[in-house]
Design a protein around this ligand. Sequence first.
Ligand code: FE2
Ligand code: FE2
Length: 280
Amino acid sequence: MSGLYAISDLHVAFPDNRAFVEGLRPESGGDWLIVAGDVAERFDDVEWTLRTLAGRFGKVIWTPGNHELWTVKDDPVALRGEARYRRLVDMCRGLGVATPEDPFPVWTGDGGPVTVAPLFVLYDYTFRPDGASTKKEALEIAHEAGVVCTDEIYLHPDPHPTRDAWCDARIAYTERRMAELEPGTRTVLVNHWPLIREPTRVLWYPEFAQWCGSERTADWHVRFGAVSVVYGHLHIPRTIWADGVPHVEVSVGYPREWRRHRETPPGPRRVLPPPAEDAG
Ligand SMILES: [Fe+2]
Ligand SMILES: [Fe+2]
C-alpha cells in the first residue's frame, strides 16, 4: 500500500543528516514524499538532496524553508531573495519536483483524492512576544534578550523592501491559488513555518516566535479544506490539533537535537492514509 509521507529540516550540511538521506528509501515505490523546507543552505546541497529523493519516491513535493533562502558566503549561487527562490524552483522543475509555483499534485492513493498544496508563506513578525504591539517593539525585545534569528543577516527579501513585505505578497499569491480550487476540495497544506501560533508556545525563547509564521494564516486549515497541515522549522516534532485538523511537525532537526531521543533521525511521517492515532 502506497502512502503520502512528509519530512522537513533535513539540514544535510551535517554529515550525519546527509548519511540519513543517503539511506532514506520509500516503503513502496508509489510513496510520495513532502519535503517541507530547510534541506540545506548551499544550492548544490539542496539539489543533491532533491535529486536523490526524486529518484526514489513516486513524487517529491518541496517547499522552501528559511535556510534554502539564505545567501551564504561559500555558495557559488550568490542570488538573493526572490531571485534565489526562483532559481530553486527552476532546479526543482528540472528534477520533476513540485513547488509552490506549480499545479498542485493530487494524491489519489489510499485516503485520497486530496490536493497537496505546497505553500511558501514566510513570516511577518506578528507572533509577537508579550508586551509588543508592533514589529519594531517585537524586534527590540528580541535584541534585548539576545534572541535574534540568523535570517536577519542571511535571508534577503530582495526586491521586496522587507521580509514581512515578501510575506504579504506570498499570502496574496497563496490566497489566489487556493481560491482557484473547486469548492469542497480536500487538501494537505504544506508550509515550512506553522500556520497557527499554537506550536510556538513551547519555544524555549518566546522572542523567536516572530520569525515563525503569521497571524494571518490562523484559519487557513478551515478555509482551505485541510485534512492535514504539515510544517517544520521549530525542530519540535509533534502533532497539534486545531478545529479537528492535525498540524504535524515533521522535522528531523540537527544531530544534537535528534540524538537526545534516538540513535538515528526520525523517518518521514505518514500523512495519508491517516495514521491510526490521527483517525479521530
Ligand atoms: Fe530547520
Ligand atoms: Fe527553518
